[in-house]
Design a binder for this molecule. Structure first.
Ligand code: FAD
Length: 371
């Protein structure tokens, strides 16, 4: 491949979705990924596309989530044209269940249909008879995020993206206020016009500028899966203590913990015990299912829990990270918005609330206010 126009650091769903978007726009893009392939948060996730069952209190976040959700089906069908893999896209929606009046009161504000216990059990007969009420969120969708990543990597390769696994970036390089490339762990350098930091929970670790502009921190989420054929539920079901996603393959995916454990991706007995108890409370028969797998991943969180998206005060350096609990949902819209910014177009929604510059208290003035 000729010298790339753009280097993206991080081959998770955010980095590869953006690479694909730019490649379709005829840019020469290389993705540098430290691991073997996308095996971090994007692989560990549950795959819920939940514009409503996650509470988005911030108006800018609501706009981003709603645009992201609307874009998803179209984005999946363009992806399918490049790589026709089944990514497990399902649209049954989510049932958020309550076991007490307090649980139900906590659902106030969720814009879904209120259901009685009898109505819930008509939809899903296997649900516990201890469930007292719930809310049906019909716009929620899900994907099998691991299949989606396989599909994305293949589609990106076919579109001409240079995917370089096992290539760790140590630092961003710059001169006279402009990014000039990256320093690789083997001490080689890659020079390039545009760099995007999409390194997830590690985005702040690429040197001084990254620490200042992409201050992410990891929030551990433990997950497990059971084998249940035929699937005991069709909808995603959430309670205050766990959620259950049925996959077409007969897998029940159960999540998730929210833990401040640094960069430790261990799976712990207490984490798994909590998830199993939460699943059993929703679906008593889950206690008889075969145990399949347990894993953990690191959500990229930010000081205000909003993503960090857009141009920085270092010319031609962009950031796309901090998607915390919503990176699978927000990947297509992030790719679209960042690509528009990089190509000098007006973005369809304002990105000032997500600007990397919101964390910068001192330093040079921004060179571009496009994103
Ligand atoms: P990652 O997938 O972590 O990718 C970053 C990549 O950068 C990694 O592959 C890493 O190896 C690479 N990297 C890091 N440093 C370097 C370096 N120096 N050089 C080269 N490469 C580097 N979101 C949803 O929308 N729905 C859900 O249901 C959902 N459930 C979740 C459940 C769990 C348990 C977890 C952990 C997350 C969940 N999320 C969910 C959140 C979602 O997974 C993340 O927001 C999203 O995956 C972030 O994508 P990313 O590409 O930024 O990060």
């Amino acid at each position: 491949m000729a010298a790339p126009d753009c280097l993206i650091v991080g081959g998770g769903i955010i980095g590869v979705s953006l690479a694909l978007e730019l490649a379709v726009e005829k840019m020469a893009v290389v993705v540098l990924e430290r691991g073997a392939a996308a095996r971090e948060a994007s692989w560990a996730a549950a795959g819920m596309l939940a514009p409503t069952s996650e509470h988005h209190q911030h108006p800018a976040m609501e706009a981003l989530v709603s645009a992201g959700s609307a874009l998803y089906p179209r984005w999946l069908s363009s992806l399918c044209q490049l790589c026709p893999l089944d990514v497990g896209h399902r649209t049954e929606g989510t049932l958020v269940v309550a076991f007490s009046e307090q649980d139900f009161a906590d659902l106030t504000g969720l814009p879904g249909e209120r259901l009685t216990a009898a109505e819930l059990r008509r939809l899903e007969p296997a649900l516990s008879d201890r469930i007292s009420s719930g809310v049906y969120l019909k716009n929620d969708q899900q994907v099998d995020n691991r299949r989606l990543l396989d599909s994305l990597w293949q589609a990106a390769t076919r579109a001409g993206v240079g995917l370089r696994p096992r290539t760790e970036v140590r630092a961003l390089l710059s001169a006279s206020g402009r990014v000039t490339g990256v320093q690789i762990a083997d001490k080689s350098r890659m020079e390039v016009d545009i760099v995007v930091d999409a390194a997830g929970a590690w985005a702040g670790q690429l040197g001084e500028a990254a620490a200042r502009l992409a201050p992410t921190r990891p929030v551990r989420g433990q997950m497990l899966s059971l084998r249940a054929e035929p699937a005991p539920v069709r909808h995603v079901v959430r309670s205050p203590r766990a959620y259950i996603l049925p996959r077409a393959s007969g897998r029940l995916v159960i999540g998730s913990t929210m833990e401040d454990a640094g960069f430790d991706k261990s799976v712990t007995p207490s984490g798994l015990a909590g998830l199993l108890a939460g699943a059993r409370e929703i679906l008593p028969t889950s206690a008889q299912c075969a145990f399949e797998e347990a894993w953990a991943g690191l959500r990229p969180d930010t000081p205000d829990h909003l993503p960090i998206l857009g141009a920085t005060d270092m010319e031609k350096l962009y950031v796309a990270t901090g998607h915390f609990r919503n990176g699978i949902l927000l990947a297509p819209i992030t790719a679209r918005l960042l690509a528009d910014g990089i190509l000098g177009r007006t973005t369809s929604i304002p990105l000032e609330p997500f600007s990397p510059l919101r964390f910068v208290t001192r330093g040079p003035r921004p060179v571009s206010s496009k994103l």
